[in-house]
Design a protein around this ligand. Structure first.
Ligand SMILES: Nc1ncnc2c1ncn2[C@@H]1O[C@H](COP(=O)(O)OP(=O)(O)O)[C@@H](O)[C@H]1O
Ligand SMILES: [Mg+2]
Length: 480
């Protein structure tokens, strides 16, 4: 049976190889002609190298009388219909889909041709690979994106059963899409591996149920059969934690270097500021309050004091001293912070509520520093929330994580995704009168306590900051 193939891609090449390698007793198929517009298409090239008839126009097939079967591999139904309308009655034609079936069956027959012993060894080796990588998600994908195998780890994560997955398209199962992955954020590593027959790596960003970014590192390795890639083993790993750790480390490094710089600058600025301030005050004392210069000097004094305040915040931020820790009741600290900020909230007609957690053990903390942190968060919340809004503060003990948590949430303007990554940067502010140090200082303090501070926010939907502090083992005092 002489076959002509329309579409000289990788599958055409595979088809030629499979047919060459195996005896199909009854039909004895032979590829005799290949059509493709592209001179570099792998199947086209192979056909040409094998001395077969190649052409850019499949209409040439109809001029030959030695063709029994035309296989359409481009997947274009218009071409298939065109072939059906033009071919001679005695010539058969099969479309892309059917061709795939044909190919799959022949692939199974390859496996069957192996001796039992060979088959056993192959399977054992293959099982070992899949099981060893059990921690990672493993997919075995055929060249046509169909899933040939999947490991339990991935099945569990997807909440599916093996039978629901085998034979389905990978993008259908892992991405719920109708088409293969593509584009800058979603490149398809399979295509790359099939093209180069070499391992390939990429990162996909997905959103989880809570719309949080999950980063997957995806590596594909060619699945070779007699030196040809017939598909790929795809191994994916959730690297979100690694990426977040990396981000935190970068943030810490940035804060530390800015801290050192600020400390130096702040000291340098403090002295001249004091000189300016005292000089202005001295001159002012000599003047009559009615003197026009008196008000000007008043402005100088006020602005210099403002500078001093910024400098003192800078020094706070830069302070590398370890916190002076004493056993503290976190509810007391938060309560005092709430009392201290109540006025600001009431002034803006905001509801400020505190829900203290129960059974929280006493923890070694620098009370002043933690209070400053909580106040910073509350003041920010007040500043971000319109009249009538709510600011809720709560504390909790998480025995399983050995942490205590303080959460400050507001119903305010929220923070855009772009800004979220910058809010802990020193001097980052969106306010006319802000200095951008509050969160940087808070971050520093919490870090000195070996804790973490996280934020969740969406523009227009409020913000929640969560401080997590470790309960140091051995020094826990039961809450009274
Ligand atoms: N609760 C919040 N809601 C909205 N934006 C916030 C909130 N807290 C902080 N921000 C953003 O983070 C920025 C930095 O905060 P911060 O370091 O305290 O400096 P500042 O308050 O001086 O601007 C703020 O300017 C604001 O844009
Ligand atoms: Mg602030």
């Amino acid at each position: 049976m002489n076959i002509a193939v329309v579409g000289g891609g990788i599958r055409c090449k595979r088809l030629i190889q499979v047919i060459q390698r195996h005896e199909f007793q009854e039909i004895d198929p032979k590829v005799v002609a290949v059509a493709d517009l592209n001179d570099d298409a792998p199947g086209y090239v192979k056909a040409k190298n094998n001395g077969l008839f190649v052409t850019h126009d499949y209409n040439d097939f109809f001029k030959r009388d030695d063709i029994d079967l035309i296989i359409e591999l481009t997947g274009n139904m218009d071409i298939y219909n065109d072939i059906l309308s033009k071919k001679r009655k005695t010539v058969r034609a099969i479309a892309n889909r059917t061709a795939q079936l044909f190919w799959e069956i022949s692939r199974v027959s390859i496996l069957q041709k192996k001796t039992d012993q060979e088959l056993k060894e192959t399977r054992a080796r293959y099982k070992m690979i899949i099981n060893e990588l059990i921690q990672e998600d493993v997919l075995v994908i055929a060249y046509d994106y169909k899933i040939m195998d999947i490991n339990d780890s991935l099945l569990n994560r997807l909440g599916l059963q093996r039978k629901d997955v085998i034979g389905r398209y990978c993008y259908e199962i892992t991405h719920h899409q109708d088409l293969p992955c593509s584009g800058e954020h979603h490149p398809c590593p399979l295509i790359e591996t099939m093209k180069t027959e070499k391992p390939s790596q990429t990162t996909h960003i997905h959103l989880n149920r809570d719309k949080k970014k999950i980063y997957y590192s995806i590596s594909t390795y060619p699945l070779l059969e007699n030196g040809d890639a017939i598909g790929a083993i795809e191994i994916s790993r959730d690297i979100t934690k690694d990426i977040n750790v990396q981000k935190t480390m970068m943030q810490q490094e940035k804060l530390a270097s800015v801290g050192r710089l600020s400390a130096g600058v702040a000291h340098e600025i403090n002295n001249p500021l004091t000189t300016i301030l005292t000089t202005a005050m001295l001159i002012q004392e000599e003047l009559d309050p009615q003197d026009p210069n008196y008000q000007e000097l008043e402005t100088i004094t006020k602005e210099t004091l403002r500078c001093r305040k910024i400098v003192s915040s800078l020094l706070d931020f830069a302070r590398q001293s370890t916190p002076a820790r004493k056993p503290c009741d976190i509810n007391d600290i938060v309560n005092e912070s709430v009392v201290l900020t109540n006025k600001q909230a009431a002034f803006k007609d905001l509801t400020l509520s505190f829900e203290p957690g129960t059974g929280i053990p006493h923890v070694l903390l620098d009370k002043g520093q933690i209070q400053q942190s909580v106040i910073n968060l509350i003041i920010n919340a007040v500043e971000a929330t319109e009249a009538g809004g709510t600011i809720s503060i709560s504390t909790a003990y998480k025995p399983e994580l050995e942490t205590i948590e303080i959460a400050v949430s507001d119903t305010g303007e929220g923070i855009s995704e772009n800004d979220l990554v910058r809010i802990f940067d020193p001097f980052y502010t969106t306010k006319d009168t802000g200095n951008g140090l509050g969160l940087a200082i808070t971050h520093g303090i919490i870090e000195q306590h070996n804790g973490t501070i996280g934020v969740e926010s969406k523009l227009g939907q409020g913000t929640i900051f969560t401080i997590k502090l470790p309960v140091t083992p051995g020094v826990i005092h039961a809450a009274s």
